[in-house]
Design a protein around this ligand. Sequence first.
Ligand SMILES: [Zn+2]
Length: 419
Amino acid sequence: MSGKVGEKMVPLGVLLKKEQSGERMERPDVTHGQANQSKKGEDFTMFELDCQRVPGDNVSTFSVFALFDGHNGSAAAIYSKENLLNNVISAIPSDLSREEWIRALPRALVAGFVKTDKDFQEKAHTSGTTVTFVIIDGWYVTVASVGDSRCILESAEGSIYSLTADHRLEVNEEEVERITASGGEVGRLNTGAGAEVGPLRCWPGGLCLSRSIGDLDVGEYIVPVPHVKQVKLSSAGGRLVISSDGVWDALSSEAAIECCRGMPPDAAANQIVKEAVQLKGLRDDTTCIVVDIQPPEKTTPTVPPTKKSGKGMFKMFRRKSCESSSHTDKENFVPDTVEEIFEDGSAILSRRLETEYPICNMFKLFICAVCQVEMKPGEGISVHADSSKPGRVRPWDGPFLCPSCQTKKEAMEGKRPQK
Ligand SMILES: [Zn+2]
């Protein structure tokens, strides 16, 4: 699940060059709808349409759709809804080109999630929240997620893709290993007679998730570092379905897509929530956001009324191999499918903020890469200070963290005793 960006992904520069050469200059229409049936009132949604990438420029806009599913109270969900977008945007330098901006997003999302979690910690609130955070810029979709809400994509070609990772301990062995290594304990509830019941949980606290924003009373190895995936849709567009676990406990991805086929986004979101509640009852907050990304000339849903092939199949991303030189004449060919540009789900901050940044250095020398606070020369601590990979990055290579964010990093890695 944590494929690292590398040669196998489609280079962003190739896609943008193609776009600039006139093939796909048009920006898609983005329409959305949402529905919710509330049990605890801990699900929150956020929509920001036409955010300006360059202040004052109405052409370079992007949209944000987010879902926050809170637990043990709603403070973390509300705090994230109010602060996360600002924290992400302030991690991106203001002087970037569009290509650089899209390329900077995955790292800015990591910094913004960690800053939001850290700031919330200072408010000493209990409670936590899952976050599914979707940024749409033209045909580019970038999704950052912690927890067990999900975002799926149906391309206009009829294939279904998952854009999120599942951070439930029950299904994520890698995360169980990480938490155990950091000093947490993972196990099921014990009825007392040796009979174990329910899903895998992290102890102390009993949380079923390995990542969230908040939950600082539970253990700092419950980290806010998001899984990030960035894709480019074909010019035929597609439909996103973003839902909390209340929907996914009842419906498969295919069932959710099928039950609302051909409906506009508002009706589609309603239908998905209705189907989920009919099947399992209202056992949890059940929230759904549907976003249609369509070619500008079309006004009716583009999602095809019937599926062509591969029904019920989860489609794997097509990855382009740059290593095989025999495909040289295909290098500039961009097929009409969803292209994967970036994916990384690692919980390790130094890897997620690493220096490898071919266009420009988005992390400045005297500004903390996470909280953006200004630092005095010599005050910053390299994220690689304790690197176990000597040779590749040196302990004095940037980006740098302020002492307070360095403490947070060590806590997330289990390097300081739990309070
Ligand atoms: Zn900092």
